[in-house]
Design a protein around this ligand. Structure first.
Ligand SMILES: [Ca+2]
Length: 254
């Protein structure tokens, strides 16, 4: 993040240390949450990508309502298991996630959208967001969608290690910190790819195999090969037989 452009959120949070304790005690009438959703698309499979949403929530139960203006959010993850799929596909500016206007609205100001070391160790998705409208008093909504890439170098199953770093803060219009009453993070485990098996049954007889393309990913043991099922030299020359699935007993690719 360009530190010169850290949001008002970050700068004002520093003032927290000198806040009167009486102010900290006055938080009985609202409830705030930072929520990382479970998987919303894709799958936590080695070599694949999947998405989770990051949302904020505030609910006021009494007047006068308290509202907040910004958030400095650190979502931690195990970078030996996951990477971030860059939202803008531009490696020159680092890695970003997809910002949502659902919570802060169209006036959202993005001071930080980066992958950076967490304040408390490890790697984080860091978002510093604020907006120019009225303080938000009752709303639950997305601030971002993260596309995770499950590394193909891990030995599954392995936990993704998602978390909300303790340095995550919400701030009100005066720059004072809102207590975060709860955080919610899914327990995601990266697993091995599944295997789909089945048979390809022959229907009728085809003599012209032009433009056909058969691909199988499961090797067939040599003992199961039936020479009588082998295609002729002519058909081999016309087709791309990747793996001899057609050699299995009782199965036929074309
Ligand atoms: Ca980028």
């Amino acid at each position: 993040m360009n530190r010169k452009h850290r949001s008002l959120v970050l700068a004002l949070v520093i003032a927290l240390g000198v806040m009167p304790q009486a102010v900290m005690a006055q938080a009985p009438n609202y409830y705030t949450s930072v929520i990382v959703s479970d998987i919303t698309s894709g799958a936590a499979v080695v070599g694949s990508v999947f998405t989770t949403d990051v949302s904020l929530s505030i609910v006021n139960n009494a007047s006068p309502a308290q509202g907040f203006m910004g958030a400095d959010v650190w979502i931690s993850f195990d970078d030996s298991v996951l990477d971030i799929d860059d939202a803008d596909d531009n490696p020159a500016n680092g890695k970003q996630v997809s910002i949502s206007t659902q919570f802060f609205g169209s006036s959202v100001f993005v001071a930080a959208n980066e992958v950076a070391p967490c304040p408390n160790g490890g790697m984080c998705v860091h978002l510093a967001l604020s907006h120019s409208g009225a303080p938000i008093t009752n709303r639950t909504g997305k601030i971002a969608t993260i596309t995770w890439a499950a590394l193909d170098t891990v030995v599954p199953p392995v936990p993704a290690g998602l978390g909300v770093d303790p340095d995550t803060v919400l701030s009100d219009i005066d720059g004072q910190e809102f207590p975060i009453n709860s955080t919610s993070v899914p327990s995601i485990t990266v697993v091995a790819p599944g295997i789909i098996s089945g048979k390809v049954l022959r229907q009728g007889t085809r003599t012209d195999h032009a433009n056909c393309d058969v691909t199988a990913y499961t090797p067939v043991a040599a003992s199961s090969v039936q020479p009588s099922r082998m295609p002729s030299a002519t058909s081999i020359s016309r087709c791309r037989w990747a793996v001899p699935i057609w050699c299995r007993r009782g199965t036929m690719a074309i």
